[in-house]
Design a protein around this ligand. Structure first.
Ligand SMILES: [Zn+2]
Ligand SMILES: [Zn+2]
Ligand SMILES: [Zn+2]
Ligand SMILES: [Zn+2]
Length: 369
Protein backbone atom coordinates (compact mmCIF):
# COMPACT_ATOMS: atom_id res chain seq x y z
CA UNK A 1 0.00 0.00 0.00
CA UNK A 2 1.33 3.39 -0.96
CA UNK A 3 0.56 6.60 0.77
CA UNK A 4 -2.03 9.02 -0.54
CA UNK A 5 -1.56 12.68 -1.13
CA UNK A 6 -4.87 14.34 -0.63
CA UNK A 7 -5.29 17.93 -1.59
CA UNK A 8 -8.57 19.77 -1.70
CA UNK A 9 -8.54 21.54 -4.99
CA UNK A 10 -7.59 20.39 -8.42
CA UNK A 11 -4.02 21.28 -9.34
CA UNK A 12 -2.18 21.45 -12.64
CA UNK A 13 0.85 19.23 -13.13
CA UNK A 14 3.14 22.20 -12.60
CA UNK A 15 1.35 23.11 -9.40
CA UNK A 16 1.59 19.56 -8.19
CA UNK A 17 5.31 19.41 -8.93
CA UNK A 18 5.72 22.69 -7.10
CA UNK A 19 3.77 21.49 -4.08
CA UNK A 20 5.76 18.24 -3.96
CA UNK A 21 9.02 20.16 -3.84
CA UNK A 22 7.71 22.73 -1.34
CA UNK A 23 6.46 19.90 0.80
CA UNK A 24 9.86 18.25 0.62
CA UNK A 25 11.51 21.49 1.73
CA UNK A 26 9.01 21.89 4.58
CA UNK A 27 9.85 18.42 5.81
CA UNK A 28 13.54 19.28 5.80
CA UNK A 29 12.83 22.36 7.89
CA UNK A 30 10.64 20.51 10.34
CA UNK A 31 13.27 17.80 10.55
CA UNK A 32 15.82 20.41 11.58
CA UNK A 33 13.33 22.08 13.95
CA UNK A 34 12.66 18.74 15.63
CA UNK A 35 16.29 17.82 16.23
CA UNK A 36 16.44 19.31 19.67
CA UNK A 37 13.33 17.87 21.26
CA UNK A 38 12.06 15.10 19.01
CA UNK A 39 15.05 13.48 17.27
CA UNK A 40 12.95 10.50 16.17
CA UNK A 41 10.44 12.71 14.36
CA UNK A 42 13.40 14.37 12.83
CA UNK A 43 14.50 11.13 11.14
CA UNK A 44 10.99 10.38 9.94
CA UNK A 45 10.58 13.83 8.43
CA UNK A 46 13.96 13.74 6.82
CA UNK A 47 13.20 10.44 5.16
CA UNK A 48 9.83 11.72 3.92
CA UNK A 49 11.61 14.63 2.35
CA UNK A 50 14.00 12.37 0.46
CA UNK A 51 11.09 10.36 -0.94
CA UNK A 52 9.33 13.54 -1.99
CA UNK A 53 12.36 14.93 -3.79
CA UNK A 54 12.89 11.68 -5.66
CA UNK A 55 9.23 11.56 -6.59
CA UNK A 56 9.43 15.13 -7.82
CA UNK A 57 12.29 14.07 -10.07
CA UNK A 58 10.17 11.24 -11.45
CA UNK A 59 7.20 13.51 -11.83
CA UNK A 60 9.24 16.00 -13.78
CA UNK A 61 9.57 13.25 -16.39
CA UNK A 62 5.96 12.12 -16.33
CA UNK A 63 3.20 12.36 -13.76
CA UNK A 64 2.21 8.68 -13.97
CA UNK A 65 5.67 7.65 -12.71
CA UNK A 66 4.88 8.49 -9.11
CA UNK A 67 1.75 6.37 -9.08
CA UNK A 68 2.23 2.88 -7.69
CA UNK A 69 0.38 1.31 -10.60
CA UNK A 70 0.83 3.62 -13.61
CA UNK A 71 -1.48 1.37 -15.66
CA UNK A 72 -4.38 2.49 -13.45
CA UNK A 73 -3.44 6.14 -13.65
CA UNK A 74 -6.27 8.60 -13.96
CA UNK A 75 -5.44 12.22 -14.57
CA UNK A 76 -8.50 13.60 -12.76
CA UNK A 77 -7.86 11.68 -9.55
CA UNK A 78 -4.21 12.60 -9.87
CA UNK A 79 -4.96 16.31 -10.03
CA UNK A 80 -6.79 16.18 -6.73
CA UNK A 81 -4.07 14.06 -5.22
CA UNK A 82 -6.18 10.94 -4.89
CA UNK A 83 -3.75 8.16 -5.73
CA UNK A 84 -1.33 5.72 -4.15
CA UNK A 85 2.22 6.82 -4.67
CA UNK A 86 5.35 4.74 -4.97
CA UNK A 87 7.82 3.81 -2.25
CA UNK A 88 11.57 4.21 -2.31
CA UNK A 89 12.34 0.77 -3.78
CA UNK A 90 10.22 1.44 -6.88
CA UNK A 91 11.38 5.02 -7.15
CA UNK A 92 14.97 3.78 -7.37
CA UNK A 93 14.03 1.22 -10.04
CA UNK A 94 12.10 3.74 -12.10
CA UNK A 95 14.83 6.33 -11.92
CA UNK A 96 17.19 3.82 -13.41
CA UNK A 97 15.15 1.81 -15.88
CA UNK A 98 12.62 4.34 -17.10
CA UNK A 99 14.30 7.71 -17.04
CA UNK A 100 17.92 6.59 -17.13
CA UNK A 101 18.94 8.59 -14.07
CA UNK A 102 20.31 5.84 -11.81
CA UNK A 103 21.28 6.82 -8.30
CA UNK A 104 24.87 6.08 -7.27
CA UNK A 105 25.25 2.80 -5.34
CA UNK A 106 26.41 4.58 -2.21
CA UNK A 107 23.38 6.88 -2.32
CA UNK A 108 20.98 3.95 -2.59
CA UNK A 109 22.63 2.23 0.37
CA UNK A 110 22.42 5.40 2.42
CA UNK A 111 18.75 6.12 1.66
CA UNK A 112 17.77 2.52 2.32
CA UNK A 113 19.53 2.53 5.67
CA UNK A 114 17.72 5.72 6.63
CA UNK A 115 14.46 4.15 5.46
CA UNK A 116 15.01 1.14 7.69
CA UNK A 117 15.70 3.39 10.62
CA UNK A 118 12.54 5.31 9.86
CA UNK A 119 10.52 2.09 9.75
CA UNK A 120 11.88 0.98 13.09
CA UNK A 121 10.80 4.28 14.58
CA UNK A 122 7.38 4.31 12.95
CA UNK A 123 6.47 0.69 13.55
CA UNK A 124 7.98 0.21 16.98
CA UNK A 125 7.16 3.60 18.36
CA UNK A 126 5.89 2.17 21.62
CA UNK A 127 8.76 -0.14 22.36
CA UNK A 128 11.74 1.04 24.28
CA UNK A 129 13.82 2.15 21.38
CA UNK A 130 17.26 2.84 22.74
CA UNK A 131 19.36 2.81 19.62
CA UNK A 132 22.45 4.98 19.93
CA UNK A 133 21.36 6.75 16.75
CA UNK A 134 18.29 8.05 18.51
CA UNK A 135 20.51 10.43 20.44
CA UNK A 136 20.60 13.95 19.14
CA UNK A 137 24.20 13.78 18.02
CA UNK A 138 23.54 10.45 16.34
CA UNK A 139 20.54 11.79 14.47
CA UNK A 140 22.46 14.81 13.28
CA UNK A 141 25.22 12.74 11.80
CA UNK A 142 22.77 10.37 10.18
CA UNK A 143 21.08 13.34 8.56
CA UNK A 144 24.39 14.79 7.58
CA UNK A 145 25.38 11.76 5.60
CA UNK A 146 21.96 11.51 3.92
CA UNK A 147 21.96 15.22 3.19
CA UNK A 148 25.34 14.83 1.53
CA UNK A 149 23.75 12.38 -0.93
CA UNK A 150 20.50 14.29 -1.41
CA UNK A 151 22.26 17.62 -1.87
CA UNK A 152 24.50 16.10 -4.52
CA UNK A 153 21.36 15.17 -6.47
CA UNK A 154 19.15 18.23 -6.08
CA UNK A 155 21.99 20.76 -5.89
CA UNK A 156 24.24 19.41 -8.63
CA UNK A 157 23.09 16.48 -10.73
CA UNK A 158 19.49 17.63 -11.11
CA UNK A 159 20.26 21.32 -10.71
CA UNK A 160 18.37 22.28 -13.87
CA UNK A 161 15.18 20.72 -12.56
CA UNK A 162 15.35 22.18 -9.06
CA UNK A 163 16.96 25.48 -10.01
CA UNK A 164 13.97 27.64 -9.01
CA UNK A 165 14.33 26.26 -5.51
CA UNK A 166 18.08 26.76 -5.22
CA UNK A 167 17.78 29.64 -2.75
CA UNK A 168 15.75 27.42 -0.44
CA UNK A 169 18.06 24.47 -0.96
CA UNK A 170 21.08 26.62 -0.12
CA UNK A 171 19.32 27.90 2.97
CA UNK A 172 18.74 24.31 4.15
CA UNK A 173 22.34 23.50 3.35
CA UNK A 174 23.48 26.34 5.58
CA UNK A 175 21.20 25.14 8.38
CA UNK A 176 22.53 21.63 8.02
CA UNK A 177 26.12 22.78 8.14
CA UNK A 178 25.46 24.80 11.28
CA UNK A 179 25.00 21.67 13.35
CA UNK A 180 28.70 21.61 14.13
CA UNK A 181 28.22 21.46 17.89
CA UNK A 182 26.47 18.11 17.48
CA UNK A 183 29.22 16.86 15.25
CA UNK A 184 31.68 17.91 17.93
CA UNK A 185 29.58 16.13 20.57
CA UNK A 186 29.49 13.00 18.49
CA UNK A 187 33.26 13.23 18.05
CA UNK A 188 33.78 13.58 21.81
CA UNK A 189 31.58 10.55 22.35
CA UNK A 190 33.54 8.47 19.85
CA UNK A 191 37.05 9.76 20.46
CA UNK A 192 38.08 6.87 22.73
CA UNK A 193 37.01 4.37 20.06
CA UNK A 194 38.89 6.27 17.38
CA UNK A 195 42.00 6.24 19.59
CA UNK A 196 41.67 2.47 19.98
CA UNK A 197 41.51 2.05 16.20
CA UNK A 198 44.65 4.15 15.89
CA UNK A 199 46.41 2.02 18.51
CA UNK A 200 45.45 -1.06 16.55
CA UNK A 201 47.42 0.42 13.67
CA UNK A 202 44.61 1.91 11.59
CA UNK A 203 45.39 5.19 9.90
CA UNK A 204 42.98 8.05 10.53
CA UNK A 205 42.47 11.13 8.36
CA UNK A 206 40.33 14.25 8.60
CA UNK A 207 36.91 13.53 7.12
CA UNK A 208 36.15 15.57 4.02
CA UNK A 209 32.57 16.09 5.16
CA UNK A 210 32.46 16.72 8.89
CA UNK A 211 36.13 17.76 9.09
CA UNK A 212 36.67 15.68 12.22
CA UNK A 213 39.75 13.54 12.65
CA UNK A 214 37.67 10.42 12.39
CA UNK A 215 38.06 8.96 8.91
CA UNK A 216 39.33 5.41 9.37
CA UNK A 217 41.28 4.36 6.31
CA UNK A 218 40.01 1.06 4.94
CA UNK A 219 42.17 0.84 1.85
CA UNK A 220 45.15 2.69 0.45
CA UNK A 221 45.51 3.01 -3.29
CA UNK A 222 47.96 4.95 -5.34
CA UNK A 223 45.36 7.58 -6.20
CA UNK A 224 43.96 8.01 -2.71
CA UNK A 225 42.46 6.30 0.30
CA UNK A 226 39.06 4.82 1.04
CA UNK A 227 37.78 5.70 4.47
CA UNK A 228 34.78 5.33 6.74
CA UNK A 229 34.06 8.29 8.96
CA UNK A 230 33.12 7.18 12.45
CA UNK A 231 31.53 10.53 13.24
CA UNK A 232 29.32 11.34 10.27
CA UNK A 233 29.01 7.88 8.78
CA UNK A 234 30.12 8.91 5.30
CA UNK A 235 32.10 6.37 3.31
CA UNK A 236 34.26 8.17 0.82
CA UNK A 237 37.44 8.27 -1.14
CA UNK A 238 40.00 10.92 -0.27
CA UNK A 239 41.75 11.49 -3.55
CA UNK A 240 45.44 12.31 -3.54
CA UNK A 241 45.44 15.79 -5.08
CA UNK A 242 46.01 15.76 -8.80
CA UNK A 243 48.10 18.63 -10.11
CA UNK A 244 46.64 18.46 -13.58
CA UNK A 245 45.14 21.74 -14.84
CA UNK A 246 42.72 22.67 -17.60
CA UNK A 247 42.06 25.88 -19.49
CA UNK A 248 38.87 27.75 -18.68
CA UNK A 249 36.76 28.27 -21.79
CA UNK A 250 35.74 31.76 -20.65
CA UNK A 251 38.91 33.40 -19.35
CA UNK A 252 41.53 31.02 -20.80
CA UNK A 253 43.31 30.73 -17.45
CA UNK A 254 44.51 27.30 -16.33
CA UNK A 255 43.13 25.90 -13.07
CA UNK A 256 43.16 22.67 -11.07
CA UNK A 257 39.91 20.92 -11.83
CA UNK A 258 40.05 17.39 -10.44
CA UNK A 259 38.31 18.16 -7.18
CA UNK A 260 34.62 17.76 -6.40
CA UNK A 261 34.58 21.01 -4.42
CA UNK A 262 35.61 23.12 -7.41
CA UNK A 263 32.28 24.37 -8.74
CA UNK A 264 33.51 27.55 -10.44
CA UNK A 265 36.55 28.74 -12.34
CA UNK A 266 38.72 30.24 -9.58
CA UNK A 267 39.61 33.14 -11.86
CA UNK A 268 36.44 34.29 -13.69
CA UNK A 269 33.96 32.40 -11.45
CA UNK A 270 32.08 30.89 -14.37
CA UNK A 271 30.02 27.92 -13.18
CA UNK A 272 31.64 24.53 -13.68
CA UNK A 273 28.93 21.93 -14.19
CA UNK A 274 29.72 18.28 -14.91
CA UNK A 275 28.63 18.86 -18.49
CA UNK A 276 31.01 21.79 -18.84
CA UNK A 277 33.90 19.89 -17.30
CA UNK A 278 33.33 16.96 -19.65
CA UNK A 279 33.44 19.35 -22.60
CA UNK A 280 36.68 20.91 -21.40
CA UNK A 281 38.21 17.46 -20.91
CA UNK A 282 37.05 16.32 -24.34
CA UNK A 283 39.27 19.01 -25.81
CA UNK A 284 42.27 18.10 -23.73
CA UNK A 285 42.26 14.33 -23.20
CA UNK A 286 41.99 12.65 -26.56
CA UNK A 287 43.63 9.31 -25.88
CA UNK A 288 43.05 6.24 -23.77
CA UNK A 289 45.53 4.02 -21.94
CA UNK A 290 48.19 1.67 -23.33
CA UNK A 291 45.53 -0.71 -24.63
CA UNK A 292 43.80 2.00 -26.55
CA UNK A 293 44.06 2.26 -30.32
CA UNK A 294 43.45 5.24 -32.56
CA UNK A 295 39.79 5.48 -33.53
CA UNK A 296 38.44 3.61 -30.52
CA UNK A 297 36.32 5.22 -27.83
CA UNK A 298 38.52 6.91 -25.25
CA UNK A 299 35.92 8.29 -22.83
CA UNK A 300 34.29 5.66 -20.64
CA UNK A 301 30.94 5.55 -18.87
CA UNK A 302 31.39 5.55 -15.12
CA UNK A 303 29.84 2.57 -13.31
CA UNK A 304 30.21 4.34 -10.00
CA UNK A 305 28.13 7.50 -10.54
CA UNK A 306 26.54 6.29 -13.81
CA UNK A 307 26.56 9.78 -15.22
CA UNK A 308 24.53 9.61 -18.40
CA UNK A 309 27.23 11.08 -20.60
CA UNK A 310 30.60 9.24 -20.59
CA UNK A 311 32.72 11.03 -18.01
CA UNK A 312 35.87 8.97 -17.46
CA UNK A 313 39.06 10.23 -19.09
CA UNK A 314 42.58 8.85 -18.99
CA UNK A 315 44.25 11.52 -16.88
CA UNK A 316 47.73 11.32 -15.38
CA UNK A 317 47.96 7.59 -16.04
CA UNK A 318 44.66 6.57 -14.48
CA UNK A 319 41.07 6.44 -15.65
CA UNK A 320 39.45 9.35 -13.83
CA UNK A 321 35.79 10.29 -13.66
CA UNK A 322 35.15 14.03 -13.82
CA UNK A 323 31.59 13.55 -12.56
CA UNK A 324 32.17 11.70 -9.27
CA UNK A 325 35.98 12.14 -9.10
CA UNK A 326 36.64 8.46 -8.55
CA UNK A 327 39.82 7.12 -10.11
CA UNK A 328 41.76 4.00 -10.70
CA UNK A 329 39.20 1.62 -12.24
CA UNK A 330 39.88 -0.23 -15.46
CA UNK A 331 38.00 0.78 -18.58
CA UNK A 332 37.07 -1.72 -21.28
CA UNK A 333 34.46 -2.38 -23.94
CA UNK A 334 31.78 -4.50 -22.31
CA UNK A 335 31.98 -7.95 -23.96
CA UNK A 336 28.20 -8.13 -23.75
CA UNK A 337 26.86 -4.78 -24.99
CA UNK A 338 30.01 -3.20 -26.41
CA UNK A 339 29.71 0.03 -24.40
CA UNK A 340 33.02 1.51 -23.24
CA UNK A 341 32.71 1.39 -19.45
CA UNK A 342 34.58 1.28 -16.17
CA UNK A 343 33.99 -1.37 -13.56
CA UNK A 344 35.10 -4.49 -11.83
CA UNK A 345 36.89 -6.58 -14.47
CA UNK A 346 35.59 -9.94 -13.25
CA UNK A 347 32.01 -8.78 -13.23
CA UNK A 348 32.42 -7.30 -16.69
CA UNK A 349 34.00 -10.43 -18.14
CA UNK A 350 31.64 -12.98 -16.64
CA UNK A 351 28.41 -11.08 -16.19
CA UNK A 352 27.68 -7.63 -17.54
CA UNK A 353 28.40 -3.93 -17.20
CA UNK A 354 26.26 -1.34 -15.40
CA UNK A 355 24.58 -0.45 -18.67
CA UNK A 356 23.40 -3.91 -19.65
CA UNK A 357 23.16 -5.77 -16.33
CA UNK A 358 19.41 -5.29 -15.96
CA UNK A 359 18.79 -6.76 -19.40
CA UNK A 360 21.15 -9.64 -18.75
CA UNK A 361 19.44 -10.39 -15.44
CA UNK A 362 16.00 -10.27 -17.05
CA UNK A 363 17.11 -12.66 -19.80
CA UNK A 364 18.57 -15.04 -17.26
CA UNK A 365 15.32 -15.01 -15.32
CA UNK A 366 13.35 -15.62 -18.51
CA UNK A 367 15.63 -18.55 -19.26
CA UNK A 368 14.84 -20.00 -15.88
CA UNK A 369 18.15 -19.39 -14.12
ZN1 LIG B 1 32.83 12.69 8.78
ZN1 LIG C 1 37.58 31.22 -16.04
ZN1 LIG D 1 31.79 8.70 -11.89
ZN1 LIG E 1 27.41 -4.06 -21.07
Amino acid sequence: MGRKFISQKKQTREELFDSLVKNAIDFLDSSLDNLEKRPKNSIVDFYTSIELFLKARLMHEHWTLIISKPENANIDSFMVGDFHSVFLEDVIKRLKSIINEPLPESTIANFKALGEHRNQIVHFAHTDYSDIKATKAGVVVEQWSSWHHLHELIGTKWLDIFKVYSLEINRIHQRMMQQTEFIQARYDELEPKIKIEEKKGKKVIDCLHCKMHSGIITEEKKWGVDYNCMVCGVKDLAITPLNETIECSECNKEFKFFDSTVKHCPNCKVELTTKKLIELCENKYKEGDGWWEEGQAHIASCHECQNERPSVFFIDNLWSCVSCFDRGWQAICCPNCDEFVTGDMDKLKYFACHKCEDDVRRNMEADGF
